[in-house]
Design a protein around this ligand. Structure first.
Ligand code: NAD
Length: 253
């Protein structure tokens, strides 16, 4: 791993624009399960329940959705060394953006600036009305459920309330997609951290970056289909690798 860490640090130091792309694997060391690992979320929940079509059509699926949201919100997960290293890269002036598929808000909690974070799949911190788009704090909606409202609807328009996350089959947020594409196209180095790179269109960002001439680095515990296209690949845990990369960058900055 040492040579690869030295190489990544060298690329970061040389680069003007570093884009990071994070997935569920950057948050497993905070205690949040990813989707596809053997003990991941899909070992306990049916992915079909998380399609927008099922959510709209089936009250029981909506209840299971709220149950998963409650698990994520009430555990009060905290950022881990990988999130903190990403904040340090921003402080060094190296970070042009962190494009995240995560909905857990841990890049915000760690201290990255709002304008650097692009949440492609939304956030668990808020809910949205599917009819009038009204946003509420997730904790307030969970409180309503606790108080007996098992299938919460919008008090303004009667529409269905859902977590402000992108479900399977739901349109991607246009502004975030545009920002992510432009950041990917303009960066000198694009670093994937903890993503299986199986969920599209998010997973097209490393391809956009590579085709535009960026160096592609993949730090993921298990192999991905894009490993052959990457310039550097490390199959280790994100926290350990990112701490080592940061230390090396700081030594030579
Ligand atoms: P995924 O579950 O498909 O893949 C996660 C990858 O991370 C796996 O390949 C795994 O080997 C790797 N990994 C696990 N722990 C790691 C670690 N400590 N260090 C390095 N790699 C590690 O996740 P994905 O690619 O992000 O899939 C996309 C979907 O998962 C997104 O839509 C996202 O919204 C959703 N998701 C998010 C969260 C979260 O917000 N924390 C949690 C679960 C799922």
């Amino acid at each position: 791993m040492k040579n690869a860490v030295d190489e990544i640090a060298g690329l970061i130091i040389e680069a003007n624009k570093v884009a990071l792309f994070t997935g569920a694997g950057v948050s497993t060391e905070s205690g949040i399960s990813d989707f596809r690992s053997p003990d991941g979320i899909w070992s306990r929940y049916d992915p079909e329940d998380f399609t927008i079509q099922r959510f709209v059509a089936d009250k029981e699926a909506r209840k299971r959705n709220w149950q998963l949201r409650r698990e994520l919100v009430s555990a009060n997960y905290q950022p881990n060394p990988a999130h903190h290293a990403i904040v340090e890269l921003e402080k060094l002036g190296k970070l042009s953006c962190v494009i995240t598929q995560n909905i857990d808000g841990l890049h915000h909690a760690a201290g990255n600036s709002e304008e650097k974070i692009i949440e492609l799949h939304g956030t668990i911190k808020f809910t949205k009305c599917l009819k009038c788009d009204d946003r509420l704090l997730m904790v307030d909606v969970l409180k309503r459920i606790d108080e007996g409202e098992e299938d919460p609807h919008c008090k303004k328009c009667g529409g269905l309330i859902k977590a402000a996350t992108i479900s399977f089959g739901e349109a991607m947020p246009l502004d975030e997609m545009r920002r992510a594409e432009s950041c990917s196209r303009e960066c000198d180095i694009f670093i994937v951290i903890g993503s299986s790179l199986l969920v599209y269109p998010a997973a097209s960002m490393p391809i956009v970056a590579k085709q535009a001439g960026a160096k592609l680095v993949i730090i993921n515990y298990t192999p991905t289909d894009m490993d052959p296209q990457a310039d550097i690949v490390i199959h280790e845990k994100a926290g350990k690798v990112m701490e080592a990369v940061l230390e090396k960058v700081k030594q030579n900055f």
